[in-house]
Design a protein around this ligand. Structure first.
Ligand SMILES: Cc1cc2nc3c(=O)[nH]c(=O)nc-3n(C[C@H](O)[C@H](O)[C@H](O)COP(=O)(O)OP(=O)(O)OC[C@H]3O[C@@H](n4cnc5c(N)ncnc54)[C@H](O)[C@@H]3O)c2cc1C
Length: 323
């Protein structure tokens, strides 16, 4: 049996978990295994039916008064206790920051190897995996052994698909034994972004700014354009390092991975570490004063010019059409 860990934040499902379930279901079908899932925290109970639509036949719901919020070691110890009892062939999770962190804890606790960010997994005594390395700029083929085999699924590399043969999953509840030490790492405080803002990772349009924007104030034009397109504003690492934008706005290898319909990249050169973060974008519109900037050859549309002038023209035209 294959066990999928379903990632959520206080009961809000991370949609990339559905991509992970889709890959795990295909793998289970090929190896003749069942697909089961663990939901951690009573708050996750509402997700039972959703995961059923993705082919999960049995849900293990871990309830504990301290498990409703994310705590990586406590979550990993919870999975470990379930694994000891049900002995799955493999354990998988979405390759998000949290998913990989959780799996790393599980790997260390169970002394098993793990493969992070897989895009393809073929069954066998050892799994043959293809996985992203170096932020996705390199694909590695590897054989994954282990008892159980541990792997995460790279985000935005396959489409989440419901199964035609969905049934209501059987739900089994259990309470793990967790001492205080398991909660050494936990969330103590949250700073919420204002509710009227579209989140960067889920936005259909992202307007990104780089060093070329010139200043924190320069982002006002990008905010204006994003508001007209119901989008979100992000930036390169240079702009977060310079303090023009908060780190939560950073797009890239060490920031947020975005997957919008359209990414408008203004004054961004297109360094590999940045491009890793916007690989999931369906279209890229690059605005740059340098024709040879790497992003210009990677973009769907490239506009050569001063971003301040181009943005003003774009905003004026959008306003005119909205009148
Ligand atoms: C381990 C590691 C992790 C990293 N992680 C990330 C990451 O997560 N995200 C990330 O973004 N970077 C990351 N970086 C940094 C990355 O290598 C680049 O340094 C960074 O992305 C460059 O940012 P930029 O494009 O804003 O700046 P620059 O490379 O300086 O590019 C500025 C661009 O603006 C253009 N420009 C200037 N003025 C204008 C104008 N008026 N109009 C139009 N165009 C103009 C220029 O032609 C140039 O192309 C990482 C680096 C390392 C080593």
């Amino acid at each position: 049996m294959i066990l999928a860990i379903v990632e959520h934040d206080r009961g809000k499902l991370n949609p990339i978990s559905l991509e992970c379930l889709t890959l795990a279901r295909e793998l289970a079908r090929d190896s003749g295994d069942a697909l089961e899932a663990i939901l951690i925290g009573e708050v996750a109970r509402s997700m039972v039916q959703v995961v059923g639509r993705y082919g999960v036949s049995r849900v293990h719901l871990a309830t504990h008064d301290r498990l409703n919020d994310y705590a990586p070691e406590a979550w990993a110890r919870t999975v470990l206790q379930l694994v000891a009892r049900i002995q799955p062939e493999a354990v998988t999770v979405a390759g998000s920051d949290r998913g990989n962190e959780l799996l790393a804890h599980l790997a260390a606790l169970s002394r098993q190897p793990m493969a992070a960010n897989c895009i393809e997994v073929l069954s066998g005594d050892a799994y043959r995996v293809t996985r992203q390395r170096w932020g996705g700029s390199l694909l590695e083929e590897a054989l994954l052994k282990g008892d159980p085999k541990l792997f995460s699924v790279a985000p935005h590399t396959l489409e989440a698909q419901e199964t035609a043969a969905a049934t209501e999953p059987v739900t089994e509840t259990f309470t793990p034994e967790l001492d205080d030490k398991a909660f050494r790492v936990r969330i103590k405080e949250r700073v919420e972004r204002s509710a009227d803002k579209v989140s960067l990772s889920e936005a259909r349009v992202v307007v990104g700014g780089g060093r070329g924007v010139g200043s924190a104030e320069g982002f006002a034009r990008l905010e204006e354009l994003a508001a007209l397109l119901d989008g979100a504003v992000g930036g390169s690492r240079v702009v977060t390092n310079l303090g023009w934008r908060p780190h939560s706005d950073q797009i890239g290898q060490t920031g947020t991975r975005i997957a919008p319909e359209l990414y408008i990249a203004c004054g961004i050169s297109g360094a590999i570490q940045h491009m890793v973060g916007c690989k999931g974008a369906k279209n890229i519109l690059a605005i740059n004063m340098d024709r040879d900037a790497p992003i210009m050859s990677k973009a769907t549309y490239a506009v050569y010019g001063d971003l301040h002038e181009v943005l003003s023209a774009l905003i004026d035209e959008l306003r005119r059409r909205k009148l």
